[in-house]
Design a binder for this molecule. Structure first.
Ligand code: SF4
Length: 77
């Protein structure tokens, strides 16, 4: 079975740049207040989701494994 991820955006950190929605428009949306949120809080592992998290200028996007919560991004030090 494909790995599944939980995706969360920290709205206190998100500055509404829109980069995540530009990188993975099927995965992230901006609301009327220009706050990003994942289209689905749990999703199949996908390069676009990881690229969006890596590209967020303020590291507002956190990805964890759906089965157990191990950090995917940002990675554990
Ligand atoms: S890339 Fe980061 S700061 Fe920009 S909208 Fe997405 S979560 Fe917010």
């Amino acid at each position: 079975m494909a790995e599944r991820w939980r995706v969360a955006v920290d709205r206190g950190v998100c500055i509404g740049s829109g980069l995540c929605a530009g990188t993975a428009p099927e995965r992230f949306r901006l609301d009327a207040a220009r706050q990003a949120h994942p289209v689905e809080p749990e999703t199949e592992a996908a390069d676009g989701v990881l690229a969006a998290a890596e590209g967020c200028p303020v590291e507002a996007i956190a990805i964890t494994a759906a089965d157990g919560g191990a950090a995917v991004f940002p990675p554990d030090e």
